[in-house]
Design a protein around this ligand. Structure first.
Ligand code: PMP
Length: 393
């Protein structure tokens, strides 16, 4: 008897449906160009918004971290003690975010999973944007609170739902992505704060794709809307624009002190390595003093969007450098991505269930490290293939 027959069956089904993930193997660092199967390819897939993965100062800082502290953190912070590096990064991040305090976690997904069950529990209510990221959804499920999904970005719908439950004397949480990663649209945070205040709900934003992208020097969505101290919980990742790995929660002193006593990934899992932490300290230092990378990212994002639009591509309604090239049909999108790959462009097709049916797309992620020539190469290939497949005229 094959005990894993059920998995084999499901894997075969994924292949039949064409939704089996092909995982490409990179033989180079993540950068504007990567090497795959020995071939140099234009990389339009990574969340390396600011190109910091290969930044020389950041790499040197990682090496210094290893020289001074070795390669591992030893055990969880409440048991083996915390490294000065962890404390320094938390302090620097809190300053950067203009927050009272910050707690570091090992990833963005863990930051969501750690936080939500501490804020609400069984019998409580969560108001969650219907397109929130999987890690928010997992955090919500883990909390055992009742999840009420409101229509994407629809504040009238959120208000109506809060009104429906206004007499429930339980804890309430409103949670949203800051920037939605598949469309590049931005949550109306000022309205969410206002509704949170009116209905006594805790407010939480996941700023994974706003970090290093939105606001002054890339301080994120809270800075972008000038809402410091008004959003109760600001969750972020250190793996996208920051280029390394890790997650964090920024908030008031009580929340962060409580998390250091109660958050399970903090209490039961070893923290970031010295190399990661030291590299991240350097990233925060770079961003604090220099906003040129953030500006370059926006310049590149705006350029590619204008170009795609001028050739007739449907690029949705992104408000950020994330550029979805919406194809519609799943098969055409996957074929488009395959043809791009053959032509030297690495840009993934994204299909249902990651995006709604009929909106399959190629998601284009530019970075500050792309040159105009890089982007022109990519645009040319998109246009050639788009015409071949009848996506554009
Ligand atoms: N939140 C959002 C909105 C994300 O897009 C992601 C990454 N895909 C995460 C959280 C998870 O971040 P990490 O990769 O650091 O776990």
């Amino acid at each position: 008897m094959d005990k894993f027959e059920f998995m084999r069956k499901e894997l075969d089904e994924l292949k039949e449906k064409g939704t089996y993930n092909t995982i490409r193997v990179l033989e180079s660092a993540q950068g504007p160009w990567v090497v795959i199967n020995g071939r140099k390819m234009l990389n339009l897939c990574a969340n390396n918004y600011l190109g910091l993965i290969t930044n020389e100062e950041v790499k040197s800082a990682a090496i210094e971290g290893v020289k001074n502290f070795g390669v591992g953190a030893g055990a969880v912070r409440t048991i083996a003690g915390t490294l000065t590096l962890h404390e320094e990064l938390e302090k620097k991040l809190a300053e950067f975010k203009h927050a009272e305090a910050v707690i570091l976690l090992q990833s963005g997904i863990l930051a969501n999973i750690a936080t939500i069950p501490l804020v609400v529990g069984e019998g409580d209510l969560i108001f969650s944007d219907e397109l929130n990221h999987a890690s928010i959804i997992d955090g919500c499920r883990l909390s055992k609170a009742t999840i009420i999904r409101y229509k994407h970005l629809d504040m009238a719908d959120l208000k109506e739902k809060l009104e429906d439950y206004k007499d429930y004397n339980v804890r309430k949480l409103i949670v949203t992505d800051g920037v939605f990663s598949m469309d590049g649209d931005i949550a109306p945070l000022p309205d969410i704060v206002e509704l949170g205040e009116k209905y006594g709900a805790i407010t939480m934003v996941d700023d994974a794709h706003g970090e290093g992208v939105l606001g002054d020097h890339g301080r994120g969505i809270v800075d972008y809307f000038h809402l410091e101290g008004k959003i109760d919980i600001d969750v972020g990742t250190l793996s996208k624009a920051f280029g390394v790995i890790g997650g964090y929660v920024a908030g008031n002193n009580t929340l962060i002190e409580y998390m250091k006593q109660r958050a399970r990934p903090f209490l039961f899992s070893t923290p970031l390595s010295p190399a990661d932490t030291s590299a991240l300290i350097k990233v925060v230092e770079i961003l604090s003093k220099d906003d040129s990378l953030v500006k370059k990212l926006w310049e590149n994002g705006n350029y590619i969007k204008e170009q795609f639009k001028s050739y007739g591509f449907n690029i949705g309604h992104s408000q950020t450098p994330i550029t979805p090239v919406i194809i519609g049909e799943e098969k055409t999108a996957m074929e488009f991505s395959k043809m791009l790959f053959e032509e030297g462009v690495f840009a993934q097709g994204i299909v249902y269930p990651t995006v709604p049916k009929g909106t399959a797309r190629i998601r284009v992620m530019v970075s500050a490290a792309h040159t105009k020539d890089d982007l022109d190469f990519g645009i040319k290939k998109f246009v050639e293939i788009g015409r071949k497949l009848g996506v554009v005229k």
